[in-house]
Design a protein around this ligand. Sequence first.
Ligand code: 5AD
Length: 365
Amino acid sequence: MKIDEILNKSKMDRDDLIVILSAEDPSDIEIIRSQAENLLIKECGHSVYFRGLIEFSNFCKCDCLYCGIRKSNADVNRYQLDKSEVVSSAVWCAEHGYGSIVLQSGERNDKQFIEDVVELVKTIKAESRSDVMPEGLGITLCVGEQTSDTYKKFFDAGAHRYLLRIETSSEKLFSEIHPSSQSFANRVRCLEDLKKIGFQLGTGVMIGLPGQTVENLADDILFFRSVDADMIGMGPFIAHSKTPMSKTDQNKNEQDRIFNLSLRMIAATRLLLKDVNIAATTALQALKADGRERGLRFGANVIMPQLTPTNVRKDYLLYEGKPCLDEGADQCKNCLERRIESIGRKVAYYKWGDSVHYRKNGKLE
Ligand code: 5AD
């Protein structure tokens, strides 16, 4: 079947996703890209939403085999930002019209950590209210696997979105990239709990993992649908030298392959899920200078500008080659605005930018 016939089907299936993900012909890829971009604009509009990303701590109890801040990496200088630093970065976002922030950290489950996060969320909610945003900033949390009770505490404190990537929907691959103390089943349990509690649910995968096939990636997209995800964040896997997966052979050709596959993965996800928010992640930019804009052109509509204070940013390297390590918040904002306008889209300021999918399900307004 030709690519336009697949794209014109009213319901795409797994085989169709595999064809899209495997496309190599430049004119086929351009057809996929433009359909995904058009569908995004039809379903969600031209707006690109900013989520100011604050990586508030890199202490982590996990030992994920791919991650640069895994607990066994003794070379990492561990930090935890003071509450006042996090709050002032958040207030900067509110004052500059970013509707939402993402609070991300390494994973911890101790009482102190949970209390700190609850306090942070409450304080930021209170301090970011204004006439233009009477509800304050939208807050997304990305602090890993927690109990249902903890998630409820975070939600009651005022966070309304949660990001927890499944990393891969293949149980076999999941077990190859995580220590045995981490289970696929528990991660799925977390996603289900988050949904039940009422969070807007974000998940995603890494693209280009050793041994990962296009069939796996097609299944990942079907997995996003099965957990009723509202938001998707995906990006290329980039080997970090201080991890057990450092030996992954990633020469220039392999990097190009993974980058292009990531773009097709964004497009395929847009084409199947239609009205979800999809992030053009920083990892795309780590491989290509214009990686995030290209992600937007393949159907993404969210960008996460860096707000982590520059003095600790280099200590939050999940992968190597992370861009914008020295750029201040103002610089990031101006640079991104220019990049977004250059592709004919517009940043939506002072808006939470909740996913249309979530609103349609009757959970908002
Ligand atoms: N390459 C790409 N992405 C990574 N992440 C962690 N380590 C890497 C890496 N080496 C991603 C994971 C995690 C998110 C916060 O960062 O998908 O969920």
